[in-house]
Design a protein around this ligand. Structure first.
Ligand SMILES: NC(=O)c1ccc[n+]([C@@H]2O[C@H](COP(=O)([O-])OP(=O)(O)OC[C@H]3O[C@@H](n4cnc5c(N)ncnc54)[C@H](O)[C@@H]3O)[C@@H](O)[C@H]2O)c1
Length: 348
C-alpha cells in the first residue's frame, strides 16, 4: 500500500460505480487515490475517468492490475464476472471490495475466500443494508437480549413493477438469477447477520415468470420481455440447524399494493422487530407495546459500508461482511434456485 493513501482501482464502470462508489471515494481524498478504471466497454471507463479524475483506463482488467498495481480493487461488474475479477485482483495482492451478490454460485464464492486467505488480503462485499442506521439501531436491541431467541424472520424485497431497464439484470446467464440474487440477497444477508449467521439446513422455494416475459408498465425503465430469462417473483423457506426459519419473498414484478417493499421482520420469544422503519413489538406491564425510533439517523448505508472497508485496508478492524459469510449467503441462493428448478426440498 502507498505510504499514506489507498490506491484504488475499479473493475466495472456501470451505474453503481458512477452513482455510489466513485462519489463516496472521491470525497475521501485524504485516504484514497483513484488510480485506474477498467471496463470491457472502454468508453464507459473513459467517461467515468473524466468525471472522477481517474488517472488511467483499461479495457482488460488483467493489464490494469499488472501495470497499475493498485492496493485495493472495487469489483462492480455484471455478476458473472465478480469471481473472475475478484480472483485476479486477490492474486495480484489487492484487497477486494466486491458488489453483491458475491458470485454466481457457492463454488466461486469459496474460491474467492480461499484466494483471500492464501494471499492474506481482505475480501468483502457491499451488503450496504447492514450499515443503515435502522439496522444499527435494531442490532442494539438484539445484542441487548430484548428480542430473546429469534426463531422466525421474513425477508422481503418486493417490487410491484420494478424490472431494471438497464444493465443485464434480466439475463440469468449473466446475473445468476433475478430478484432473489439481485435484491432478495440484501435482505437474506441482513437476516443472517442479525440472527448471527445460523447454519442453514434445508430450503424449499418456488420461482415464477408471469409478468416479465410480456410487455408491460416499467417503473424502473423499459425491459426487453424477449430476453427475460430470470424469475420475476420468488418465494422460499429456509430451515436452520438451530430450529429457526426464514421466509423469503421477493419480486421484480408482482401484482401487489406497494410500489416497493424492502424489509426484514424478526420474531423473537421476547419481542419482534421490523427494520424499515425500525420498530420493536413487545409486552410491558401486562400490555402489548410498540417501540418506534423516530429520531435515529438513518444515514447512507453505502457510504458507511465503503468507509468501513477502507478503514480495514488501513488495519483498523471494523465489522464488515466477511468472505466466509458470503459463502453462506451464496449457499442459500444456490439452494433457492435448485429447489425451484427441481421442484423439491434441498438439503444445504
Ligand atoms: N449494493 C447495491 O445496492 C447494488 C445496487 C445496484 C447494483 N449492484 C451491483 O453492482 C453490479 C453492477 O451493477 P450496475 O447496475 O452498475 O450494472 P451496469 O450494467 O450498469 O454495470 C456493469 C458494468 O460492468 C462492465 N463489465 C462487465 N463485464 C466486465 C468485465 N469482464 N470486465 C470489466 N467490466 C465489465 C459492463 O460493461 C458495465 O459497464 C452488479 O453486480 C449489481 O448486482 C449493487
Amino acid at each position: 500500500m502507498g505510504a499514506t493513501k489507498l490506491r484504488v482501482a475499479f473493475i466495472g464502470a456501470g451505474q453503481i460505480a458512477e452513482k455510489v462508489h466513485l462519489p463516496v471515494l472521491s470525497q475521501m481524498k485524504d485516504k484514497v487515490e483513484l488510480v485506474s478504471i477498467a471496463d470491457t466497454a472502454l468508453e464507459k471507463a473513459e467517461r467515468l475517468a473524466g468525471k472522477f479524475l481517474i488517472e488511467t483506463t483499461f479495457q482488460d482488467y488483467n493489464e490494469m492490475l499488472s501495470r497499475v498495481g493498485p492496493d485495493a480493487v472495487w469489483v462492480c461488474t455484471t455478476n458473472k464476472f465478480h469471481a473472475s475479477a475478484s480472483l485476479a485482483a486477490l492474486r495480484s495482492k489487492c484487497h477486494v471490495f466486491c458488489e453483491k451478490p458475491p458470485a454466481m454460485n457457492e463454488v466461486e464464492a469459496r474460491q474467492m475466500l480461499t484466494a483471500a486467505e492464501e494471499e492474506g488480503r481482505i475480501l468483502s462485499f457491499n451488503f450496504n443494508y447492514r450499515f443503515r442506521g435502522e439496522t444499527l439501531a435494531i442490532k442494539k436491541f438484539i445484542e441487548g437480549g430484548e428480542l430473546g431467541e429469534i426463531y422466525v424472520c421474513t425477508a422481503q424485497a418486493i417490487r410491484r413493477r420494478g424490472i431494471p431497464g438497464w444493465g443485464s439484470f434480466t439475463n440469468r446467464d449473466l446475473q445468476g438469477g433475478g430478484p432473489v440474487a439481485d435484491i432478495g440477497v440484501h435482505m437474506i444477508d441482513l437476516a443472517l447477520h442479525l440472527m448471527d449467521f445460523p447454519e442453514p439446513k434445508s430450503i424449499v422455494a418456488s420461482t415464477y415468470r408471469k409478468i416479465g416475459n410480456r410487455k408491460g408498465i416499467g417503473l424502473m425503465g423499459k425491459w426487453n420481455p424477449h430476453g427475460f430469462t430470470v424469475e420475476d417473483s420468488a418465494f422460499g423457506l429456509v430451515k436452520f440447524r438451530n430450529g429457526a426459519t426464514m421466509i423469503i419473498e421477493t419480486a421484480y414484478a408482482l401484482n401487489t399494493k406497494e410500489r416497493s417493499v424492502m424489509n426484514l421482520h424478526l420474531h423473537g420469544d421476547r419481542a419482534g422487530a421490523s427494520l424499515f422503519p425500525p420498530e420493536v413489538y413487545t409486552e410491558m406491564h401486562g400490555e402489548l407495546i410498540d417501540i418506534n425510533l423516530p429520531f435515529i439517523e438513518t444515514g447512507d448505508g453505502h457510504k458507511r459500508s465503503i468507509e468501513a472497508f477502507v478503514e480495514n485496508c488501513f488495519g483498523n478492524v471494523l465489522p464488515i461482511p466477511t468472505a466466509a459469510e458470503a459463502c453462506v449467503v451464496q449457499k442459500i441462493l444456490d439452494g433457492f434456485y435448485e429447489s425451484a428448478d427441481l421442484d423439491k426440498t434441498i438439503e444445504l
